[in-house]
Ligand binder design. Structure first.
Ligand code: OKP
Ligand code: MG
Ligand code: ZN
Length: 343
């Protein structure tokens, strides 16, 4: 299958991530994408192409105009205020306070985020736009008849809500691709999120809709990020009731357990009969991942790809998490090769 990749991802290169009360080197770093790209090439997965430019219209089908404008100008506004470091939110609208957008940049950073580990600096906007274009280009390949395409997105997207960044995510690339299918006449689209973390943004964006089925398999949010969404009693609302599925697991989960939820998810997707499938692909389920607690092994990613292929659906893979950089290329490309029956 073809891989879509933009060198502009490297413009997303913040120096800080707030973790444990100190600023560490971010887990979500440029070498992640470069390592995956190198493996795509060494395994001759298929052609690697650069994204087309789609502009902001398809992004604004998912994200609010205020949020998009905030992201575009955030870094310049921060610098103009004379701030010495990277832009990090440090104040939020707590319970009982008023959810209105403040003028001040500190206020807006809090208004448009849900977490503080995700710093913003020069180039974040450009990389986030390129990442959305990567997803949209893969979506177009599949809409034009390719069986599958790999959107090597960076920064990732599944934590981003319509108007919130956090969890290393700015634009929800999977949601943008799903909405593009809908806007091109596909009646039903499914998004399956296999990243270790709950796809809170994706869930929230489609929560009251029955045309986009959202399913996420993830670590128990009582124990891990994003903490405030992703529980199993979240099944959708209004029109969307029954069209969101969360499957959560405890620490130490191996593929033999994890794959039972995958089976449940695949059966639900088959029943839904979507015209296209988006896989929000994180490989932070890996046993050596530095911030996660599942125990998947490299070979398990072949099985994952194979099971997804058995759905026989036009499929777009969007890259999400995975922080063991030494193994990220092998694990990601194993999914694709399992899908292609090359395991
Ligand atoms: C992004 B994606 C680690 C805290 C983790 C943020 C995790 C974001 C994950 N000390 N905080 O879903 O892979
Ligand atoms: Mg997930
Ligand atoms: Zn993750």
């Amino acid at each position: 299958m073809k891989t879509v990749f933009s060198p502009l991802h490297s413009l997303r290169s913040v120096k800080t991530e707030l973790d444990g009360g100190i600023l560490i080197e971010p887990h979500e770093k440029p070498s992640r994408a470069e390592t995956i790209l190198a493996r795509v090439k060494s395994q001759t997965l298929g052609e690697v192409i650069e994204p087309e430019e789609f502009g902001l219209a398809p992004v604004k089908r998912v994200h609010t105009p205020d949020y998009v404008a905030f992201l575009e100008h955030c870094w310049a506004d921060w610098v103009a205020e004379g701030k010495p470091g990277e832009a990090i939110p440090a104040v939020w609208c707590g319970r009982g306070m008023r959810p209105r957008m403040p003028k001040d940049i500190d206020g807006r950073l809090g208004y448009f985020s849900f977490a503080a580990e995700t710093s913003i600096s020069a180039g974040t906007w450009e990389a986030a736009c390129a990442s959305a274009n990567v997803a949209l280009t893969a979506q177009k390949l599949v809409a034009n008849g390719e069986r599958a395409a790999f959107a090597l997105c960076r920064p990732p997207g599944h934590h981003a809500h319509a108007d919130l960044f956090g969890g290393y995510c700015f634009f929800n690339n999977a949601a943008i691709a799903a909405q593009a299918f809908r806007d091109q006449g596909y009646e039903r689209v499914a998004i399956l999120d296999v990243d270790f973390h709950h796809g809170n943004g994706t869930q929230a964006i489609f929560y009251d809709r029955s045309d986009v089925l959202t399913i996420s398999l993830h670590g128990d949010p009582d124990l891990v990020f994003p903490h405030f969404l992703g529980f199993e009693d979240e099944t959708g609302e209004a029109e969307g009731e029954g069209y969101n599925l969360n499957i959560i697991y405890p620490p130490g989960t191996p593929y033999s357990e994890w794959s039972k939820g995958l089976e449940t998810a695949c059966k639900r997707i088959a029943d839904f009969q979507p015209g296209a499938l988006i896989i929000a692909l994180g490989v932070d389920t890996f046993e050596e991942d530095p911030i996660s607690f599942f125990k998947l092994k490299s070979k398990d990613y072949f099985s994952l790809g194979q099971r997804i292929e058995h759905l026989r659906l036009p499929t777009v893979f969007t890259m999400e998490g995975g922080y063991d950089v030494d193994a990220i290329g092998v694990n990601v490309v194993n999914v694709m090769q399992g899908f292609e029956g090359r395991a």
